[in-house]
Ligand binder design. Structure first.
Ligand code: SDX
Length: 434
């Protein structure tokens, strides 16, 4: 069957090439421009990679217009309501939902790996008590690479899957200790009589002097939140992990690079920035002032939690989370300090969605707009929100790393550029400069 192509003609020379079109299961076909430089002596340029496919992937599919999010073909709405984060992490890594036997084996393996080397605890001492938790996550996760360097041959499939399971197992241990470090409480070890999310909450909130009571609704809300943050196609932090891993670097070092990228307010740091924004607004009557600032081209201010590079109608995760938000808050007592923030969030969403500026630019609440409110309702401090995002997204990051390392077309990532600097010039001795 004749493969479809796109014809590109350099009108300055009349030279023409045929570029193959590749089609996937769903979504936009892609133009294979690999021969462009060889045939026409040109590169493509696409700052921010708004229309550039960096890879072939079978992990996650997004449709930004229809608000569709599939993980290995399964709709996020079904996974969020019927699965668990641990099971979704298995699905992302292995490509299929586990059988009951496979899940028990996986859960036991994760429990076997959930301790971290005692010497890793010493890295926490190097951080001030008030260090931002994401700075600690970056450092400690990167440091963990030193404990699994000699035993991780990135060319060996068994080593790759083992380090993937180790990462899934150890991220709650590290994330909870980041929190404990900040509040000066003793570190809590994993308790393998508990499930994955229960263990995470126990390591975060338990103290040695008394048992910690786990609330099933809080566990369920956090489990769903982790599912909704597990993976999201080739977003900035996932692309970072792929590029860092493409040099055959230690995968935990690549994950540390992904955590660094996620930290930014334009990406995973937005959930923390949303709460800070709601607190800065302080009262529903102040909303118009903040909306005006967000619309003012002279002001770099943006409404945190609004807009998305891909979703241009609604973020399906925000739809699920906003429902969970109302459920968590309905259970909350009337004078909870969160209620005013939730009211500001609801009013802000209403006003923004009726405003021509946001409608015209297709700016809708994204996953981060609501996630902060639920995390706060679960007594998780604002500066820990992106740590939760990182713990969840580590499943997507390592799944993408595995897929890249197994790709028959695997090669180091090395983009080119359009050079706009000085023409060639000769060095001038210091005493001859103007
Ligand atoms: C995540 O990629 C992923 O999948 C990310 C993520 C994941 O799961 O990995 O979904 C998680 O990062 C969600 C996004 C969280 N970030 C925020 O909530 C921060 C606020 N949002 C913006 O910074 C912005 O919307 C981005 C970064 C999310 C998207 O940026 P784009 O796609 O580069 O959009 P843009 O900057 O080109 O904006 C287009 C227009 C501009 O106006 P004009 O120049 O056309 O007049 O929309 C405006 C922007 O000024 N705009 C906003 C805005 N977001 C975009 N104006 C006010 N407030 C905003 N939030």
């Amino acid at each position: 069957m004749k493969s479809e192509t796109v014809t590109i003609t350099d009108n300055s020379t009349g030279k023409t090439i045929e570029c193959p079109i590749h089609k996937g299961t769903y979504g936009a076909p892609v133009i294979d421009t690999a021969s462009l430089y060889k045939e026409l002596g040109m590169f493509t340029i696409d700052p921010g990679f708004t229309t550039t496919a960096s890879c072939r992937s079978a992990i996650t599919y997004l449709d930004g217009e229809q608000g569709v999010l599939l993980h290995r073909g399964y709709p996020i709405e079904q996974l969020a309501n019927e699965s668990s984060f641990l099971e979704v992490s298995y699905l992302l890594l292995h490509g299929e939902l586990p059988t009951a036997t496979e899940f028990v084996e996986y859960e036991n393996q994760i429990k076997n790996y959930n301790n971290v080397h005692e010497h890793l605890m010493r890295f926490f001492n190097g951080y001030r008590y008030d260090a931002h938790p994401m700075s600690i996550m970056v450092g400690v996760t990167g440091a963990m690479a030193s404990f699994y360097h000699e035993t991780t041959n990135v060319k060996n499939s068994e080593d790759r899957m083992r380090i993937a399971h180790r990462l899934i197992a150890k991220m709650p241990n590290i994330g909870s200790k980041v929190y404990k470090h900040g509040i000066g409480e003793p570190f809590i070890y994993p308790d393998n009589s508990l499930g994955y999310i229960e263990n995470l909450m126990n390591m975060m909130f338990a103290v040695p002097s008394q048992p910690f009571e786990l609330h099933p609704k809080a566990v369920a809300a956090l489990d769903q939140l982790m599912i909704l943050h597990a993976d999201h196609e080739q977003n900035a932090s996932t692309s970072t992990v792929r590029l860092a891993g493409s040099s055959e670097a230690n995968p935990l070092a690549a994950i540390s690079a992904g955590i660094s990228t996620l930290w930014g307010k334009a990406h995973g740091g937005a959930n923390e920035a949303v709460l800070e924004m709601l607190e800065e607004i302080g009262d529903v009557k102040n909303i118009p002032k903040f909306i005006a600032r967000a619309k003012d081209k002279e002001d770099s201010y943006r409404l945190m939690g609004f807009g998305h590079r891909v979703y241009k109608n609604f973020d399906p995760r925000a739809t699920i989370i906003s429902k969970a938000c109302h459920e968590v808050l309905d259970d909350m007592d009337q004078n909870s300090e969160l209620r005013p923030l939730m009211q500001i969030a609801m009013e802000l969403e209403k006003i923004a969605l009726e405003d021509e500026y946001f409608i015209q630019r297709k700016l809708y609440p994204n996953v981060d707009f609501y996630s902060g409110i639920i995390l706060r309702a679960l007594s998780i401090p604002t500066n820990m929100f992106t740590v939760f995002f990182a713990m969840a997204r580590s499943a997507g990051w390592i799944a993408n790393w595995l897929e890249m390392m197994e790709d028959p077309d695997f090669r180091i990532g090395r983009p080119r550029q359009l050079y706009i600097g000085s023409e060639r010039r000769d060095y001038v001795a210091m005493d001859k400069r103007g």
